[in-house]
Design a protein around this ligand. Structure first.
Ligand code: FAD
Length: 289
């Protein structure tokens, strides 16, 4: 199923994210994670590509596994660490396995590398245009409510976001944010630029103290005082921090849906139990597929 069929309706959708194993030997355990996540019945599941520093060889494999559970898969595909030939071979693999949905990303530029080489894509917009030329895929892209760290201003970033949409990006998934007003402001600015494709709000349940430090150092996310108070009070009590992190994410999602943001993607980090508890908290709000 093409995700835009879901995302263009007013129906609430809640999706989850998985990351693939670094080594083939771990694949069977990861398939079990897919089954456990599928039991939670998210609207779709995305599978990252090389985001954890490992190889990208198992994204398609895991996306295939997701679809065996009759849940649409969204396969991420990044290009900064690949040649155009490698990207084309992954597109062929996706096509052969009837995976229709791709989240097309540049990826982080590898340190100490000449980038881009002549046979590489420089920006996600170039990748998106090429995927569109190579097959009948439903293509999504990333967006950054606080601005991408490389962009000088949010407006410059939005101009490039518009290029992605014009290149064929049919929906956007946001970077995580911890204050919903950041998303509402971003959506307003995006609309004024004419960016009117569905936006899926990315929510990260922070269930341990180490996670928040890593997130802030990697993405430069703004963490509101309300959230910092939770980490200060419960950070050294793992069970309490987990409970408070799930409650905070639940509260963010309820506020989003109450304000008309119907599509939420939970950065579940391969934790079906966390996804399950959030969806249990939303049992009257999100009708599971
Ligand atoms: P782009 O859209 O190319 O933008 C990157 C920067 O370049 C921005 O600052 C933009 O403003 C600028 N730019 C774009 N076009 C131009 C232009 N024409 N001229 C000048 N500047 C331009 N990473 C992984 O490795 N694997 C994953 O699976 C993964 N999944 C992600 C999922 C989501 C929802 C998000 C939000 C991020 C994900 N990432 C992943 C991280 C992502 O790869 C990085 O944030 C990366 O630095 C940017 O990728 P992009 O596709 O947004 O790049």
């Amino acid at each position: 199923m093409r995700l835009t069929e879901l995302l263009k309706t007013n129906q609430v959708t809640i999706s989850c994210e998985l990351f693939p194993p670094k080594q083939g030997a771990q694949l069977e355990n990861y398939k079990k994670t897919v089954a456990d996540m599928a039991a939670v019945r998210p609207a779709y599941m995305s599978v990252t590509y090389g985001a954890t520093g490992g190889t990208s060889d198992y994204t398609v494999e895991l996306a295939k596994e997701v679809e065996k559970h009759h849940i649409p898969a969204l396969a991420h595909l990044t290009c900064a660490s690949s040649t155009k030939e490698k990207v084309a071979s992954v597109i062929d693999e996706l096509k052969a396995n009837r995976i229709e949905n791709i989240l097309a990303l540049r990826g982080d530029i590898p340190a100490n590398a000449d980038f881009p080489l002549p046979n590489q894509y420089k920006h996600a917009s170039e990748l998106i245009a090429d995927i569109k030329a190579q097959g009948d895929f439903c293509i999504g892209g990333a967006c950054y409510p606080e601005g991408h760290p490389e962009a000088d201003t949010i407006f410059e970033d939005l101009d490039h976001l518009k290029e992605k949409v014009e290149a064929g990006c049919e929906f956007l998934t946001t970077q995580m944010f911890f204050d919903n007003h950041i998303l509402y402001n971003f959506m307003y600015k995006a609309l004024t630029k004419g960016i009117d494709v569905p936006v899926v709000a990315g929510i990260m349940p922070v269930t341990n103290k180490a996670q928040i430090k890593r997130i802030v150092s990697l993405s430069g996310n703004m963490v509101p005082p309300r959230f910092l108070a939770i980490v200060d009070r419960f950070g050294d009590n793992p069970a309490a921090m987990r409970q408070a992190g799930i409650a905070y994410a639940t509260d963010q999602i309820i506020d989003l849906i109450a304000n008309g943001v119907n599509h939420v993607h939970i950065y579940t980090m391969n934790k079906p139990d966390v996804a399950g508890e959030i969806l249990d908290n939303l049992s009257e709000i999100y009708v599971r597929g």
